[in-house]
Design a protein around this ligand. Structure first.
Ligand code: NAP
Length: 248
């Protein structure tokens, strides 16, 4: 993408963490930005603190919400040219000890928020994206897509699904000779509510946001940053060591 200025962008999970930092960065570069999340009160607070930011109450894990979100986005933003599939949640599971019903109660929700929702939203917004002079779909994966940890098996698998989906989607959009790019973002540990209380030295969400903007402008396909880059190298040279380092 040549410029962010004048583009219309939607960031899912944009009321906190990486999504909010990215929404602010897109705004600062001159885009018209909408964010969606579930908590209406938090969205109101974020809107008050960020004049011009459009907010939409929607749960990306619910198909009806996604349909409503798309029609509201069409009404309140122009033709969308930047879609950031960022919303995500992480549950911890212990398969050897947990009652099956505890796992059954969480797994569909986690997969639908982290993966199913992004697939559905991409499908619903594809006509708008294809019409734009140039467009980009930014999918938030994770370094854990390649090197999973023990405590969050479904989360890691959902991020591997995002990583794989992004590549197939890019192939299809290339074959269709579209002007829609796909950027697969694989952050390491970032300092947000999702990782509260873990490991010091995490990246700041603003750092990730700035790197995403740069990658969009450079037309990159995959963005690895910070510890993901180091882990990637270790994974190639000494995969067992890399696995031991992350597995927890
Ligand atoms: N933090 C990390 O270390 C890290 C590393 C790699 C990848 N990532 C990925 O980066 C993305 C953002 O993570 P984060 O750490 O910034 O998370 P976060 O601080 O917990 O923020 C999550 C955001 O998503 C929204 N959200 C959660 N469930 C939603 C749903 N069902 N529908 C719509 N919005 C929803 C939340 O608002 P509501 O609760 O109001 O809905 C909030 O705005 C996720 O996909 C995550 O997997 C994070």
């Amino acid at each position: 993408m040549k410029s962010i200025a004048g583009q219309d962008a939607l960031v899912t999970g944009g009321s906190a963490g990486i999504g909010l930092a990215l929404a602010r960065a897109l705004q600062a570069h001159g885009a018209r930005v909408g964010i969606c999340a579930r908590d209406a009160d938090r969205l109101k607070t974020v809107a008050a603190e960020n004049p011009g930011l459009q907010t939409f109450v929607a749960d990306v894990g619910r198909t009806d919400d996604l349909r409503r979100l798309c029609s509201e986005v069409s009404e309140r933003l122009g033709g969308l040219s930047i879609l950031v599939n960022n919303a995500g949640i992480q549950y911890q599971y212990r398969f050897p000890e947990a009652p099956a019903e505890d796992i059954l109660a969480k797994v569909d929700h986690e997969l639908s928020v982290n993966f199913g929702g992004m697939v559905k939203l991409t499908a619903l917004l594809m006509p708008q994206l294809l019409q734009a002079p140039e467009a980009v779909i930014v999918n938030m994966s994770s370094s854990l897509a390649i090197t999973p940890k023990a405590s969050a098996p479904v989360y890691c698998a959902s991020k591997a699904a995002v990583h794989s989906f992004s590549r197939s989607l890019r192939y299809q959009l290339e074959d269709a000779k579209s002007r829609v790019a796909v950027l697969d973002v694989m952050p390491p540990l970032v300092d947000t509510a999702m990782t509260a209380g873990r490991w010091q030295g995490r990246l700041l969400p603003e750092h990730v946001a700035a790197a995403v903007i740069e990658a969009v402008l450079e037309g990159r396909e995959v963005l690895k940053l910070g510890d993901t880059v180091r882990l990637d190298v270790l994974n190639r040279l000494a995969p067992r060591l890399a696995a031991r380092r992350v597995r927890g």
